[in-house]
Design a protein. Structure first.
Length: 334
């Protein structure tokens, strides 16, 4: 449910009534948060600040939310930090009102992950631990071989290439586009549906990037947003993480190598990668990188992280070249 601002007093009254707080301030939208599937609001109360999330009161939505609560409990029991769910006075953790529902989380002080050698090691270790302790946790069924960013839609990439040419890509844009396209062709073979049967599956987070990890005083304070968690290939989480945390912001080969090695070394403390995962990882990360840039640029009016489409095409060509070289280095026994 998307709650209009003039309905915030209603949300405050629901919190006051169902949670028994002596004082509840008018909730305000969480700054910088995506408000797509549900609204995220900060509510100041006599018991401290809380993060309130509103949902459509739909059986499927609420069943999924209950699964997230079970997963959150499981992570907490195994020493992974999460934002704890506040129970209402009746002991339930979902309050249902008319056609909407509300969940209240303890507000965690912290900031999104900044990429440093220390935070990369923490993030890699946390993901490895997540996969290790959740491998056999019961979860809603879905085809684990299918994942987001498993391929780059041709139409989307063509639109990105045209935008790069319009942004001044020049003659070099064709060569860069061909370089990226050749990488994607190799990636399609490595990530074919037939090959995906070789990748281990289990419960994955589904959205492992810096914005979903809060850090405080150099330590991981909370793993956030479990809404994409479910059955999947561990490679999906790894590709998302390597793309977002290790590759996204740099074209320097030494830095890319250092970052990925720091992240993967910490991950493998908890779960070793198979040969097939190693052989496909950089292709999967590259597909995620190209797909997400192609998708996000039009939404942000042609400029992402300070770069236009032409600049991103040049960066992607360099990044894909590095990832292709890394993928070809993988041999049995490495």
């Amino acid at each position: 449910m998307t709650t209009p601002l003039d309905s915030m007093d209603i949300v405050a009254e629901v919190i006051r009534t169902h949670y028994g707080f002596a004082r509840v301030g008018r909730p305000e939208p969480l700054p910088g948060a995506h408000q797509r599937r549900h609204q995220k609001l900060v509510a100041a109360t006599s018991e401290g600040p809380f993060l309130a999330k509103t949902y459509v009161r739909d059986p499927y939505v609420l069943d999924d939310l209950r699964f997230q609560h079970r997963l959150s409990d499981h992570l907490s029991r195994h020493g992974l930090p999460i934002a704890h769910i506040q129970p209402a006075r009746n002991g339930k953790r979902i309050v249902e009102v008319d056609d909407w529902a509300l969940e209240l989380q303890v507000f965690v002080q912290g900031e999104p992950m900044r990429v440093t050698p220390g935070t990369l090691a923490i993030a890699g270790g946390a993901l490895g631990r997540f996969h290790e302790v959740c491998r056999d946790l019961p979860r809603p069924p879905r085809d684990a071989r299918l994942w987001r960013f498993s391929e780059v839609p041709r139409g989307l990439f063509a639109q990105f290439f045209n935008s790069a040419c319009e942004a001044g890509g020049g003659p070099g844009a064709i060569e860069q586009c061909n370089q990226v396209a050749l990488f994607l062709h190799s990636a399609a073979k490595a990530l074919s549906i037939e090959n995906r049967d070789r990748f281990e599956t289990g419960l994955i987070h589904g959205d492992w990037h810096g914005g979903n990890m809060l850090f405080h005083d150099g330590q991981l304070a909370a793993i956030l947003d479990l809404e994409f968690a479910g059955d999947g290939c561990f490679l999906e989480d790894l590709a998302y993480a390597v793309s977002s945390l290790c590759i996204r912001t740099s074209t320097d080969a030494a830095k890319l190598t250092q970052r990925t090695e720091q992240f993967l070394h910490a991950y493998e403390v908890h779960r070793r990668l198979s040969f097939y995962e190693r052989a496909a990882l950089f292709y999967a990360a590259g597909v995620k990188q190209v797909a997400s840039i192609s998708y996000q640029l039009p939404l942000l009016e042609g400029r992402l992280a300070g770069h236009n489409a032409a600049e991103w095409l040049e960066r992607l060509a360099l990044q894909c070249e590095w990832m292709h070289e890394r993928a070809r280095e993988i041999r049995p026994g490495t």
